[in-house]
Design a protein around this ligand. Sequence first.
Ligand code: ADP
Length: 475
Amino acid sequence: MRIAILSSEVVPFAKTGGLADIAGALPKALRQKDQGAVVVLPLYQQVKRELLSDVVIEDVPVPWRDGVRPTRVWQSEAAGAPAYLIDAPEFFSRPSIYGYQDDHARYAFFSRAVLALFKHLEWQPDILHGNDWPCGFATVEVRQRRGHDPFFQKTRSLFSLHNAAYQGAFDPGDLWWLGFGEQPERDDFMLNGMASALKAGLVAADALSTVSRRYAEEIQTPEQGYGLDWLFRARRDRLAGITNGVDYDLWNPETDPHIAANFTAKDLSGKRECKIDLLRRFGLPEEPERPIIAIISRLVAQKGYDLIRQLANEILQTGSFFIALGAGAQEYEDFLQSWHDSAPNRVGIYKGYAGEPLAHQIEAGADIFLMPSHYEPCGLNQMYSMRYATVPIVRATGGLDDTVQNYDRATGAGNGFKFEPYNAGALLEKIREALYFYAVPREWARIQANGMLVDNSWSAAASKYVELYHELSKL
Ligand code: ADP
């Protein structure tokens, strides 16, 4: 089967969050199942040029506004599956990946270039698998083209939602020149007086999926649907919940090249070295008996930072170190800075996007990992943590609820700690519960082992996608 996966970020080329991890791992996992998957993304200025191959596709004719923009497309095998990178510097050569007034135009161009590329290569996709709002345009376009262009007649689309809060909203006045001004496309985009690339993708796709079973249910409620719950309910017969996997080629403490010492479920001695290394990196005293509580996340309200802020004193009173890596909202960066300044020997921070090595070093060296998210479509760090013998404390929402079971002393089962109500008291209780067991080495080792032995590999998730693709191709 010919499967085209489209994503605005893909590991190892460009990443701001979990979407990149997924879009990097899924094509490779599909290839391992003998599926002809390719992945397409924009060539950002952030992409390391040494990842690209020398063979370049020149002059792909991309229809744009009233003319044609000949476009260069680069290729790479660095993701373990063929990748194509669309080179249009006026759109993608900028200091950051997102956050521009014309983001909608940038990704509308990307979408148009992807379809033009496939025609240019005479590579007819059976499945066009778009991810999140930047790929809404291509999803609409493939449905539009199917009506009059035999090349795309057999192409079916899957649209995967990784976060319903990011909707790609823009001025509907732009729909005309983007090529979506007529009905039914115009209506497909409209949401609360704005145009939404997310909504258009959700309406136009032949099938929908999201990244955990629980999140697939949650988005059908007004609390989590961000104004689209009615649409998710209306399309629920075509909405699958497939929990993301972990790319164990990249996230595996036995082989990880980024960490101070490798370790296995049978021999955790290397983890102690990783802990000491982590304390050094953050300029904290070498007191490995003290637990390290860590967090790595985008600094946005979704991730529960207001709860951590409320508990700043109580967390220090537990005697733990706290290590935070994050980039995002100024108010949370300011909080982290002032927390660090008030307790420089106990709180280590890195503000900004650090790239892969530091994220791996934190996973390997920490004892406890916090994810008190308000909502969490899937979440990857709780699964990375488990594999690195770092015990997650999570809120029971979305994929966190599906992948973490609270430790039960009576049965010895459970791979972490989980609380339900979104409040600081409930989080503090779980931190205390986790620290209680941290002080009982035999039981802590049990919780760590339970987590390390969970199989969250991509293979199972990829099989579910293959099943979906096959169902779609019969439509
Ligand atoms: P989300 O997709 O909502 O950001 P996930 O838990 O699914 O959350 O994925 C986050 C991914 O991004 C993880 O791989 C994590 O290590 C990485 N990450 C997040 N913030 C940073 C940062 N500041 N520096 C390095 N990596 C980060």
